[in-house]
Design a protein around this ligand. Structure first.
Ligand code: G4P
Length: 192
């Protein structure tokens, strides 16, 4: 998606060869007009996928997922990383380890919001090692639903997640795949 790639070049900043700062438009301050275009692009890419529900993982996936759900006229569900004390009935959980943060978290979903047989589109802002997506896939399987597609705003294609997810058979569409970066330098390109 050229508009997004240009925004990354104009406003993103590679801190080093593995951390891309995009907090001026994606995950702290949010460019909602750009996110509306992101939602339109995901809706176009997955128009043929017969999706019943859009799912994301809190918190930075929420805006692109909401825009996608709005565009596709579908319900949206947010998987939680922190469990509220009032959320204790009918919940599904799985452990996910974040290599970026070097810490585990308990991904949580209330089963009533996903129906058996649902074809689910997972939208997230960043893909690094793919652990969050694999965790989400496990919860959806527990709920009897199917992960029919994964839409990622920015994937660090040089990290293992994208390759691993595609090797596992998932359809993954990335709007801005970053093939290489270093301080002050960003290159785009999908994995072969
Ligand atoms: P994985 O699911 O692909 O395995 O990724 P991992 O846990 O290693 O990292 C995911 C978290 O780290 C996400 O944030 C993601 O947005 C963030 N992250 C990973 N690489 C980068 C990067 O290069 N730049 C930025 N800005 N963030 C990155 P989170 O804190 O878990 O979620 P959220 O609350 O921001 O949504």
């Amino acid at each position: 998606m050229e508009l997004l790639k240009q925004k990354i070049l104009d406003c993103g900043r590679a801190l080093n060869d593995h951390v891309l700062l995009v907090d001026s438009f994606l995950n702290h301050q949010v460019d909602v007009k750009l996110m509306r275009e992101v939602g339109r692009e995901f809706a176009r890419l997955f128009a043929d996928a017969d999706i019943d529900r859009v799912v994301t993982i809190e918190s930075s996936g929420i805006t692109p997922a909401a825009m996608t759900a709005l565009e596709m006229d579908l319900p949206m569900v947010i998987m939680k990383k922190s469990v509220s004390s009032i959320l204790n009935e009918g919940i599904l959980q799985t452990d996910v380890f974040s290599f970026t943060k070097n810490a585990p978290y308990l991904l949580t979903l209330k089963s009533e919001f996903i129906h058996p047989g649902d074809r689910v589109l997972l939208i997230d802002d960043f893909l690094a090692n793919g652990e969050a997506c694999f965790g989400a896939a496990r919860l959806l399987r527990q709920a009897g639903a199917q992960l029919a597609g994964i839409g990622i705003v920015i994937a660090k294609a040089f990290q293992p997640g994208l390759k691993k997810l595609r090797s596992a058979g998932y359809r993954v569409e990335v709007l801005a795949p970053v093939s290489r970066m270093d301080e002050g330098h960003i290159e785009f390109g999908d994995v072969k």
